[in-house]
Design a protein around this ligand. Structure first.
Ligand code: DX5
Ligand code: ZN
Length: 225
């Protein structure tokens, strides 16, 4: 087991009216990263928030900000999301006509670069950009909403991605429907980074966040190879 399991709560499931406090609480409750879902109502059928919003919560924690851009086009906004305080910037393979160029733009900002794949997108689309990647984000639901059901065929896809990256230092992150029940299915296949929204923020108290994160971590860790 090379790198420790990372749990990245998605603030999409938090109470937006007190977002700064939610970020602070979830960090204290054991989150490793904070996952930020940016949606544009065009690439995905929902709208969330932009760079100013991320900049506003940046002072609330020093945890890694893991920005998941579900926007198209993406290139004109990379600099703004970098300046807002993102550490990782992940874009969708389906949303960039020139994926290699977009990844270089993220690197030029001094940020870690990730690519996300929708459930129907094959992992072969990443074959020629692997050396530019710090992270591959496997969507285990169709992006746009929290609280959806994990798609089991993504387990085999994750296994193939793990094989494809070989010994490159690329994290495999999973997003959608992660719970203590699904976490082991996917860490067993090679995932090392788990996003969870509803399964972390259920209960709405610091103590429940602590228990929820611990349950996902324990289940996920137990199945790692
Ligand atoms: C979906 C987002 C996810 C979402 C996950 O498009 O990318 O990060 O918040 O939510 P859950 O964990 O509830 O499936
Ligand atoms: Zn996400």
């Amino acid at each position: 087991m090379s790198n420790p399991l990372v749990i990245a709560p998605s603030v999409l499931a938090s109470d937006f009216s007190k977002l700064g406090q939610e970020v602070r609480d979830v960090a204290e409750a054991g989150a490793d990263w904070i996952h930020l879902d940016v949606m544009d109502g065009h690439f995905v059928p929902n709208i969330t928030f932009g760079p100013d919003f991320i900049a506003a919560i940046r002072p609330y924690t020093d945890k890694v900000f893991d920005t998941h851009l579900m926007i198209e086009p993406v290139d004109p906004y990379i600099e703004a999301f970098a300046k807002a305080g993102s550490d990782y910037i992940t874009i969708h393979a389906e949303a960039s006509k020139h994926l290699d160029r977009s990844l270089q733009a993220i690197k030029d900002q001094g940020k870690k670069a990730g690519v996300s794949l929708n459930p129907a997108t094959p992992e072969s689309s990443l074959e020629y950009v692997l050396d530019r990647l710090d992270l591959i984000l496997v969507m285990t639901v169709n992006p746009g909403f929290g609280g959806q059901k994990f798609i089991p065929s993504m387990i085999e896809k994750t296994r193939r991605i793990k094989q494809m990256i070989g010994d490159r230092p690329i994290r495999i992150e999973i997003d959608g429907g992660i719970t203590p029940e699904t976490a082991p299915l996917i860490t067993q296949a090679g995932a090392d980074t788990l996003v969870a929204g509803s399964a972390v923020f259920k209960g709405s108290t610091l103590e429940s966040y602590r228990q929820n994160i611990a349950a996902i971590r324990a289940a996920g860790d137990a199945a790692r190879r």
